[in-house]
Design a protein around this ligand. Structure first.
Ligand code: AMP
Length: 190
């Protein structure tokens, strides 16, 4: 299984991504999580991306794409992967096509978690309290929604046109949403 998980900030990509990846026995690769651990460890990359993330903006495409190309070339990704948070822009989607073309490993599915705006804002505020993520303050959250709508949402149409898009209702308990996702993916590959 080679798949992407997409959805607006707060849709539950990270949580569901890990559970789904475990279900299929593939690595969950989250660009946001990789950036956050670099910030925490104060690496060179961490220093470059920390301000950008705190503003809710996107890390430049070339930096992000190189990171993903390197990660997908690692042995554990050879049997499949779940990418969470990449691609987020049209150029990133093109780069991903090129990376996967070279590896000869096309995508099987693009999962889109669908959640209403009101639920998203409430979830983000709750997460801000629990996780203390630097980028979960109100101004940054608003910017991240705008960036999602402007840059990332258009990718859904692109993957829909390719017959890869699987849309799943992201509202409910983690286990409930997870069951829904697994059923939808199995139906697609049947
Ligand atoms: P996430 O954990 O997916 O919500 O990502 C958190 C932050 O990391 C984003 O708001 C961006 O600043 C950065 N980021 C993660 N993935 C990407 C990407 N594919 N392109 C650019 N920036 C990204």
């Amino acid at each position: 299984m080679r798949m992407l998980i997409m959805g607006p900030p707060g849709a539950g990509k990270g949580t569901q991504g890990v559970v789904i990846a475990e279900h299929f026995g593939i690595p969950a690769i989250s660009t946001g999580a990789i950036f956050r651990s670099n910030v925490a460890e104060q690496t060179e990359l961490g220093k470059v991306v920390s301000e950008i993330m705190n503003r809710g903006e996107l890390v430049p495409d070339d930096v992000t794409t190189q990171l993903v190309a390197d990660r997908l070339a690692q042995p554990d990704a050879a049997q499949g992967f779940l990418l969470d948070g990449f691609p987020r822009t049209v150029p990133q989607a093109k780069s991903l096509d090129e990376i996967l073309d070279k590896l000869g490993t096309p995508l099987d599915a693009v999962l889109s978690l669908v959640v209403s705006d009101e639920v998203l804002v409430a979830r983000m505020m709750k997460r801000a309290e629990i996780e203390h993520r630097e980028d979960d303050n109100e101004e940054t959250i608003r910017n991240r929604f705008k960036v999602y709508a402007d840059e990332t949402e258009p990718l859904l149409a692109l993957y829909r046109d390719r017959g890869l898009l699987v849309e799943v209702d992201g509202l409910g308990e983690v286990a409930e949403v997870n069951d829904r996702i697994v059923a939808a993916l199995e139906k697609k590959s049947a």
